[in-house]
Design a protein around this ligand. Structure first.
Ligand code: IPM
Ligand code: MG
Length: 364
């Protein structure tokens, strides 16, 4: 089959890891006879430098015509001035909004071979396997008003946390659909004891639950969820939450898997259902780690696993997705590690070597 993909490597280690994701994708193409037609574009800081904007209208338009988008990372100290008119992150937010990618899936899975390299007790994290569904195009990130101004008594700023019932309904449905294919337990995270938007969230989630009698719905307050994630992570199966809570909780949850360098993500424009291909953007959950850029150090596994998610959700290539996932597992089992997951007695490799090893395994 033939697919058109946009590749937006971005800043910092973004290009380092995106290269390895593409390497593995090409190995899949060779083995299974698919042709991936790749178009590279700029996003983030590099786009600000070369195109004067973090995401050009052209790039956005091109992405819309493709089957899926693979993204590295955006941001860096060079563009971090709080006074700056445009920031690399604006490019990412514009892409999410412009492509209607309201559902951000972030699976948190502990690889058995990495259990000893995390900071948590093996007994607590062994067998952890859940998925976060983060709302991605609403809430505090996009609500208006959003600005800073001068008053007679000093500066003031506002951000707005707003959700419509339609926005809540569609994201909660993603949670229910995923839960249906898993352990049939959905946790909806909010702050309904304080926030009005959360009270609406809770009402809508409860209404949608009537369409999914086979799935158990539990409401959990966000502070309690933060605590539970560390205390008993095995408790979770599918978690659905609003944009900002999801941003914070998924960084926390990534530590259960040993490193941010291990966690992939999918941002989808629809509700994932078996047999249906959904347009999506795929990126590692980690940032651009500018200090490690170009040093052949970064762990490419999060990006490679994001490629697997792309094969599964946007291209409908399930067997191919599984092939990538088992190749990652196989290479880890053989003892190869990047610096962030390095452990005694293991073999330390760089970004490219890790990509080569995984692509080699995919090749058969
Ligand atoms: C993430 C990142 C982004 C976010 C940043 C880079 C804008 O932290 O994908 O979690 O806050 O959504
Ligand atoms: Mg984040």
């Amino acid at each position: 089959m033939q697919f058109n993909l946009a590749v937006l490597p971005g800043d910092g280690i973004g290009p380092d890891v995106a290269n390895e994701g593409i390497k593995v994708l090409q190995a899949i193409g060779n083995r299974f006879g698919h042709n991936f037609n790749l178009q590279y574009r700029l996003i983030g800081g590099v786009a600000i430098d070369k195109e004067g904007t973090a995401l050009s209208p052209d790039t956005l338009k091109m992405c819309k015509g493709d089957d899926a988008v693979l993204l590295g990372a955006v941001g860096g100290p060079k563009w971090d001035d709080p006074q700056a008119k445009v920031r690399p992150e604006d490019g990412l937010l514009a892409l999410r909004k412009g492509l209607g990618l309201f559902a951000n899936l972030r699976p948190v899975k502990v690889f058995p071979v990495l259990i000893d390299s995390t900071n948590l007790k093996p007994g607590v994290i062994e067998g952890v396997d859940f998925i976060f569904v983060r709302e991605l195009t609403g809430g505090l990130y996009f609500g208006r008003p959003k600005r800073q101004w001068q008053t007679s008594r000093g500066r003031r700023a506002v951000d707005t946390l707003t959700y419509s019932e339609q926005e809540i309904e569609r994201i909660v449905k993603v949670g229910f659909e995923l839960a249906r294919g898993r352990r049939k337990k959905l946790i909806s995270v909010d702050k309904a004891n304080v926030l009005e938007s959360s009270r609406l969230w809770r009402q809508v989630a409860t209404e949608v639950a009537k369409e999914y009698p086979d799935v158990e719905l539990e409401h959990m307050l966000v502070d309690a969820c933060a605590m539970r994630l560390i205390q008993n992570p095995k408790y979770f199966d599918v978690v659905v939450t609003e944009n900002t809570f999801g941003d914070i909780l998924t960084d926390e949850a990534s530590m259960l898997a040993g490193s941010m360098g291990m966690l992939p993500s999918a941002s989808l424009a629809g509700v994932p259902q078996e047999g249906v291909n959904i347009f999506g953007m795929y990126e590692p959950i980690h940032g651009s780690a500018p200090r490690r850029a170009g040093l052949n150090m970064a762990n490419p596994i999060a990006t490679i696993l994001s490629v697997a998610m792309m094969l599964r959700y946007s291209l409908g290539l399930i067997k191919e997705a599984q092939t990538v996932e088992s190749a990652v597992d196989g290479v880890l089992q053989q003892g190869y590690r990047t610096y962030d997951i390095m452990d005694e007695g293991k073999t330390k490799v760089g970004t490219k070597e890790m990509g080569d090893l995984i692509a080699g395994k995919v090749g058969g």
